[in-house]
Design a protein around this ligand. Structure first.
Ligand SMILES: Cc1ncc(C[n+]2csc(CCOP(=O)(O)OP(=O)(O)O)c2C)c(N)n1
Ligand SMILES: [Mg+2]
Length: 330
């Protein structure tokens, strides 16, 4: 692994952590307008996966989508604007945390429907294949989503059509309060790939180098036309399911055990021990990212709230499959 690549992924992980910490602060002060599900503890996955992707490679995301969005290169100010319900946000303040999309970076959108992004990724991959593009699609989703019908239908279709799509299951051990051991009766979710005749592998999702390396393998696989890949990233959600979760379904000891495997600390140790990066450079990166995030949050707070008249703008009409943007006022 190139030193610069690892430093860049470290930087992205820190950016995500800082963004999420600030999102929690905003939620504590009741400034956010919708539920906030943080990605703290899972940063290595978005950073390691998206490090391979260009803006023409696409992702679909989840309700826990800030990390994916940031790793894909989103503008932090517009993201905060959306969380705060301001008109300068990605959806002009009408979508909130769970509906951020950013087509300029190839992000087809977060999704409040568990498993909802998976078929969208398959459709996008079909479109890329038909247009003979070399680009590919990544679909992020959780362990809970792999019990949805949409997951199974999507893997089957992607398999029979040999589509360029990489399914990234972030197994963070929980679907809200349900531990994965109570909802899935196999050791590795990646084994589900076998049922659809596609390549599956389980990866240490807290180790950004492992994530990066296995993603590289997956990209080569889909780009050589061999069809989809399912990567299970084993990780842990350090914070509650959403801001406000009392977490009475797990013990403090369990959380503490996983904190020892913190992906950012693990990467930091590697950078220092194996790449000789000084603690001064590491703290400089951290300070720069904290400043970037806090500045973006401050600027977003200065944005205006949407006008009441804007409520009927930016709707679309699906009738007769003739999709068009409409305004109810005009
Ligand atoms: C179709 C659907 N069913 C139920 C819910 C309620 N819900 C929101 S998040 C969630 C758990 C998702 O777990 P997982 O897929 O593991 O993602 P994680 O929250 O762990 O990132 C559920 C059941 C929903 N949003 N959509
Ligand atoms: Mg989960």
């Amino acid at each position: 692994m190139e030193k610069q690549t690892l430093i860049e992924m470290f930087r992205i992980m820190v950016r995500i952590r800082e963004f999420e910490s600030e999102a929690i602060e905003l939620a504590k002060r009741n400034e956010t307008r919708a539920a906030v599900h943080t990605y703290i503890g899972q940063e290595a996955i978005a950073a390691g996966v998206c490090a391979h992707m260009s803006n023409q490679d696409l992702i679909t995301s989840t309700h826990r989508g800030h990390g994916h969005c940031i790793a894909k290169g989103a503008d932090l100010e517009r993201m905060f604007g959306e969380l705060l319900g301001r008109d300068g946000g990605y959806c002009k303040g009408k979508g909130g945390s769970m509906h951020i999309a950013d087509l300029s970076t190839g992000n087809l959108g977060a999704n409040g429907i568990v498993g909802g992004g998976i078929p969208l990724a398959v459709g996008a991959a079909l479109s890329l294949k038909i247009s003979k593009s070399k680009n590919y699609v990544v679909s992020f989703f959780g362990d809970g989503a792999t019990n949805q019908g949409s997951f199974h239908e999507s893997l089957n279709l992607a398999s029979i059509w040999a589509l360029p799509v990489i399914f990234i299951c972030e197994n963070n051990e929980y679907a809200i309060s349900t531990n994965v051991s109570k909802s899935i009766n196999i050791e590795n979710i990646s084994e589900r790939a076998t049922a659809y005749g596609i390549l599956g592998k389980s990866v240490d999702g807290n180790n950004v180098v492992s994530v990066y390396d296995d993603m590289q393998m997956a990209v080569e696989h889909v780009q050589s036309g061999k069809g989809p890949v399912l990567l299970e990233m084993k990780t842990y959600r350090i914070k509650g399911h959403y801001f406000g979760d009392n977490q009475n379904y797990r013990t403090r000891e369990e959380v503490d055990l996983w904190k020892q495997k913190d992906p950012i600390n693990t990467c930091e140790t590697k950078l220092q021990n194996d790449y000789g990066l000084s603690s001064e450079i590491i703290s400089k990166i951290k300070k720069e990212e904290t400043k970037k995030v806090l500045d973006a949050s401050t600027r977003a707070k200065l944005m205006s709230e949407p006008e009441i008249d804007d409520l009927t703008e930016d709707l679309y009409d699906l009738s007769f499959h003739n999709i068009k943007w409409i305004s109810l006022q005009k």
